[in-house]
Write a protein that binds this ligand. Structure first.
Ligand code: ADP
Ligand code: ZN
Ligand code: ZN
Length: 746
């Protein structure tokens, strides 16, 4: 419990330190109290075992459960003022909700340099300007001090001043600056290195906003109504309907009110193109939190956001933890995207935290998507979110329909059947580009022996090895282990080994042979490993020459490909019969997204979807009536099956090199949990344990138990109890376990 007036009567500090332990550690304040007294949110350096670590003060108390003289004092306080209260609140919420240690949550939610104890302050630079006396002085008056005279003239040309790095780059020495300063002719001011606000003359916009169409204008008007309060909106708009333009104009309003906007985009969506679009529009700085920042740059960006010098912050998942001095709106673009969920360690969902944060801070939040998650659709239908729709493309062409193409009994070349190859030929002949989508990288999904049926499998995982040709080898896509290609079948000795199925490399090879006069660009994780490779290829594609693009979902998302008129989906069947209950939803979202690449500019598009199951009811629903209709159907199925979004889930995962260890602990945990649930009459189902869908991965055995409830409260209580139980188990040491609240994949 924090004390009423900060710092008074504080005898004990409850500190969150970076350990997996889900509790605070008590320390005595020691001598190092900062000016404002002890408060939650101050970083401290504290002894922990034989180490010193950086922790965060979470509680300031008068008492400890331990005798005060057994407590160690903090070694140092690292901050002059606490980290923002809203940020601390969000971290505490996150730790509680996801059953994660608070110390580790706080560490993950701050930049690396803060974790290491660096001060949180803006790096500054000097800006030099002439004084009034300097402006009245002519160069000639400086006599023999020739360089000082030149410097005087340089400064005279820049009434707003010149930063020191520019001055020294022009060959001036510090002594010459000092000379002018000593004569009272020039003076320096310190300014933050990052995100100095641009001059407000000439308005906020560097380029004029587009004139909105009727639907966009209605959506923006609705958003304007809720600028000053918590106002959650689902902006559902087909690809190319102008959602981004609506975001831009919302941000304009937010910044005009002197507030800050936070924009979250999927990992694959923070492209130079996207950033350029935001930066072109605004005269104020757009701070991007992307993976290529150095630690120092990341700290600068974080500090600028916290201090309020960054009006617009755009970033991927972890940017949800960026503190804002004057929060004004949060936008989550492509809210259905899987990359918003962290899949290890702190397993948070940035979209869900965006909602929580906006609620806490009393600001609007916009979830945008062409294919909203079923979770968000249900909230919108229940009236919890305002549902805004953009049904038309800005370019007037209706989004292309999906045409199903039957694969059964037809000859295939590189995975493609003759009518599809004909369609490709026609599109290329008409001077257009064609996108061939195939969600498997490598040459072929596996290598098979034609004599005995042997398949190349990973020794460490329950998985096939993928055949690659560039370079030639077998690779496990689950543990990244590589093996040379065998000359003969290890089982029967036959040399008749053949690739089975089609990956991007094979498709590229076949298409290059079929269309020798056209450039074929392959875009997948392998072809874009080199820095800038993707941007170079995209630049080439945007030049607009007829071309074939072969790619994985890397190309399906986010990129604007104005010259593509035909999209081919090599195989739509992967998600149809998968065991994961979200597989259908995710593959429908991906299909719609891929289809959205066709006909983005002035030419209409066509989408051919190859399948072995052209009669599949889900696929037909999607093709004939669109995503909404399929979502409706899937929601009914989820309700009937007792699955999210109608029930809430948590998944306990256990893994161990020894199968028996994992299975035993999982069994004991489930049994203990069932007893506890029964004695507390809590309406939570405990299902399992069962082997994980891929039981053996990296030579470790995986089992899991599912918790399910109609209400969050009892589920949360059960999770909290289970975590405490597991932490108290000696056997738990040989088994790695984690609890995933609201798991995205099972
Ligand atoms: P989305 O984010 O929904 O995919 P975008 O905002 O990227 O859509 O818009 C798609 C294209 O349409 C872009 O080239 C954009 O400049 C253009 N556009 C969007 N809104 C308008 C409008 N009101 N008038 C003219 N062009 C528009
Ligand atoms: Zn064989
Ligand atoms: Zn493997």
């Amino acid at each position: 419990m924090s004390s009423p007036s900060p710092g008074s009567g504080v005898a004990v500090l409850g500190v969150a330190v970076p350990t997996p332990l889900r509790r605070l550690f008590d320390y005595r304040p020691g001598a190092a109290a900062p000016e404002g007294g002890w408060q939650p949110g101050l970083r401290v350096r504290v002894p922990l075992g034989r180490r010193e670590v950086v922790g965060v003060v979470v509680e300031c108390r008068a008492h400890s459960e331990l005798p005060l003289d057994t407590l160690k004092p903090v070694s140092a306080c690292l901050d002059t003022q606490p980290l923002p209260a809203d940020w601390l609140w969000l971290c505490r919420f996150t730790a509680r909700y996801y059953q994660h240690a608070l110390g580790d949550t706080l560490h993950q939610a701050m930049p690396v340099l803060l974790r290491q104890g660096r001060p949180l302050e803006a790096r500054t630079r000097e800006r030099w300007q002439l004084t009034a006396a300097g402006r009245d002085t002519s160069a000639a008056q400086l006599g023999r001090a020739r360089r000082q005279a030149e410097l005087l003239e340089l400064l005279r040309q820049h009434p707003r001043g010149v930063v020191h790095s520019v001055i020294s780059a022009q060959g001036f020495a510090r002594a010459q600056l000092q000379g002018l300063a000593d004569k009272g002719l020039a003076s320096a001011t310190e300014e933050p290195l990052t995100a100095a606000p641009a001059p407000r003359q000439g308005g906020l916009l560097a380029e004029p906003a587009l004139t909105l169409n009727r639907e966009q204008a209605a959506a923006l008007a609705a958003l304007h109504e809720g600028l000053e309060r918590y106002h959650p909106c689902l902006l559902q708009g087909v690809t190319g309907s102008g959602k981004t333009e609506v975001y831009l104009q919302l941000i304009e309003a937010v910044v005009a009110h002197d507030r800050q906007a936070l924009v979250l985009v999927p990992e694959i969506g923070l492209t130079p193109q996207t950033l350029a679009r935001f930066r072109r529009r605004f005269r104020v700085p757009v701070v991007a939190l992307h993976s290529q920042l150095t630690d120092a740059e990341r700290l600068d960006a974080w500090e600028a956001a916290r201090a309020g010098r960054a009006p617009i912050v755009i970033g991927t998942r972890s940017a949800i933890f960026t503190p804002l001095a004057r929060p004004g709106a949060i936008i989550v673009d492509e809210e259905h995207d899987g990359s918003f969920k962290q899949q290890d360690g702190l397993r948070y969902h940035a979209r869900d935290l965006a909602i929580i944060r906006a609620h806490r801070e009393g600001i609007p939040v916009v979830l945008g998507s062409a294919t909203p998650s079923l979770e968000s659709l249900v909230q919108a239908r229940a009236g919890h979110y305002r549902h805004l729709q953009l049904t038309r493309r800005a370019s007037h062409h209706a989004p292309a329909r999906l045409e199903l193409v039957d694969l059964r009994g037809r000859r295939r070349q590189g995975g493609l059947v003759p009518p599809v190859i004909d369609a490709i030929r026609q599109a290329l002949a008409a001077g257009n580009q064609v996108l061939v989508f195939i969600n498997r990288r490598g040459f072929a999904p596996t290598l098979a022996c034609h004599a005995c049926g042997w398949l190349a499998e990973c020794d460490h995982c329950d998985a096939r090895l993928t055949l690659h040709r560039q370079p030639s080898q077998l690779t496990c896509h689950h543990c990244e282990r590589q093996r040379p290609l065998p000359d003969a079948c290890p089982d029967c000795g036959s040399a008749d080994l053949r690739p089975l199925g089609t990956g991007t490399e094979r498709s590229e090879e076949t298409l290059a042979a079929l269309f020798p006069d056209v450039a074929v660009h392959r875009i997948d994780r392998d072809s874009t490993r080199r820095k800038d490779a993707l941007e170079q290829t995209l630049a080439e594609i945007r030049r607009g020459e007829p071309a074939l693009l072969v790619g994985t979902q890397m190309i399906a998302k986010g990129h604007h490909l104005p010259h593509v008129t035909l999209v081919v989906v090599v195989n739509a069947d992967a998600g149809l019969y998968a065991s994961d209950f979200r597989a259908l939803e995710h593959s429908a979202q991906l299909l719609v997204q891929v289809a959205g690449r066709a006909g983005r500019a002035e030419r209409p598009g066509r989408v051919l979807v190859q399948t072995l199951h052209p009669e599949d009811p889900h696929l037909r629903l999607l093709a004939e009536r669109g995503y909404e209709a399929l979502a409706e159907q899937l929601l009914e199925e989820r309700r009937a099956a007792g699955l999210p979004p109608y029930r809430h889930l948590a998944l306990l995962r256990l893994e161990s090199p020894r199968e028996a260890d994992a299975t035993q602990l999982a069994g004991e945990a489930a049994e203990a949990l069932r007893d506890w649930l029964a004695s507390h009459a809590l309406a939570v189902d405990c299902l399992g344990p069962v082997p994980a869908p891929m039981e053996r991965r990296q030579n470790r055995y995986h089992v899991q138990t599912m918790l399910r409830s109609e209400r969050r409260g009892p589920l949360h209580d059960a999770c909290a109890w289970l975590v405490r139980w597991l932490e108290a188990q000696p056997g738990a040491r040989r088994v790695r376990w984690s609890l995933d609240v609201d798991p995205q994949t099972l």
